[in-house]
Write a new protein. Structure first.
Length: 326
């Protein structure tokens, strides 16, 4: 029964989610255009097109790979948890932790970064960035939920939880100008990921690199030491570190990270090093070990503490002589 109804149910959930996303994106888009705060219409179209490319494989392979695997695992489950209200809460917490973990892998494993990095090619924060995904996203994102039914969570429950979490994730990408009306909401970020917290995650400023992986709750980042609050004097700059990718070009956005990975693998003389390019963090190389985000972040913090602090009511971007432009 479950195997027959689940694909249909997921299709309805995806449709509803799609309509909500489209409506919110259009409303924000209109507001930004009217208020003349829109930096690039073209980047917005790349976001939407990337969403289409990310979604197509789910329709083509979802029933076989995702649905089939989850139903099979639910049949093999260790426990039967049921549908009590507290099970829904536990399911959401487990899902959110798995999102944090899979998201972390997306930044620490080069193969997964080539998929997740597409999301970070945007240089302007707005709602449509939330759906800026890779055409091979199905190799990464489903890892969040695909195995959870074996613990006893009904796949139907997990899809509902995921849909709610994605809607919350949409809110986190609200445009900077719109979010400034509400302020930083520091009391809220004690427990939840806010737009301010997520701006830090998208920033390429050295002090912000590879921080804040949570989707709904900020507790995972606080527990594992990956949390960073937005600083009052370091305005986030978006995009990829040292990247020549044009965030307004759909082909570069979708393919260039893979091209760079392939070239690095081809240049490595040893098979061991070729494999390492797949599993080591972005920035690693076989010649001298390279330089990864943690090193850039450490250098940036030293520069930040050494830089003279300025008192100004507005946020500002440090120059390359203070906080490195990374």
């Amino acid at each position: 029964m479950l195997s027959n109804t689940l694909p249909l149910l997921l299709g309805k959930i995806q449709s509803v989610f799609g309509y909500i996303v489209l409506s919110m994106v259009v409303v924000e888009w209109v507001v930004l255009v009217i208020s003349k705060k829109m930096e690039s219409n073209r980047e917005g179209w790349v976001n939407v097109l990337s969403y289409v490319l990310d979604t197509i494989p789910y329709f083509l392979l979802g029933k076989i790979v995702i649905f089939g695997t989850m139903v099979w695992m639910y049949d093999m489950r260790f426990f039967t948890l049921g549908y009590a209200w507290y099970i829904w809460i536990i399911a959401y917490l487990v899902y959110d932790f798995m999102f944090w973990l899979v998201h972390l892998l997306g930044h620490q494993v080069r193969f997964f970064w080539c998929i997740h990095g597409v999301h970070h090619t945007a240089e302007e924060m707005k709602l449509s960035v939330a759906v800026r995904g890779s055409f091979v996203g199905f190799l990464h994102i489903p890892l969040t939920i695909i195995w959870l039914p074996i613990l006893g969570f009904d796949p139907f429950m997990l899809f509902i939880v995921e849909a709610i979490a994605k809607l919350y994730g949409l809110y986190e990408h609200v445009n900077d100008h719109a979010d400034r009306f509400t302020g930083k909401l520091k009391w809220l970020e004690t427990f939840f990921v806010t737009p301010s917290v997520h701006r830090v995650h998208h920033a390429r400023n050295g002090v912000y690199l590879d921080r804040n992986y949570g989707e709904t709750f900020s507790c995972w980042d606080r527990v594992f030491g990956t949390f960073q609050s937005e600083l009052p004097d370091v305005y986030p700059k978006y995009g990829l570190l040292h990247s020549t990718i044009n965030g307004k070009n759909i082909f570069q956005v979708q393919l260039y990270l893979w091209k760079d990975l392939w070239l690095d693998i081809a240049r490595a003389p040893k098979w061991k090093d070729k494999l390492k390019y797949l599993i080591m963090p972005p920035g690693w190389n076989h010649i001298d070990g390279g330089k990864i985000a943690a090193e850039y972040r450490s250098e940036a913090w030293k520069a930040y503490h050494a830089a003279p602090k300025k008192t100004h009511p507005e946020k500002q971007i440090y120059t390359p002589d203070t906080v490195p432009e990374i």
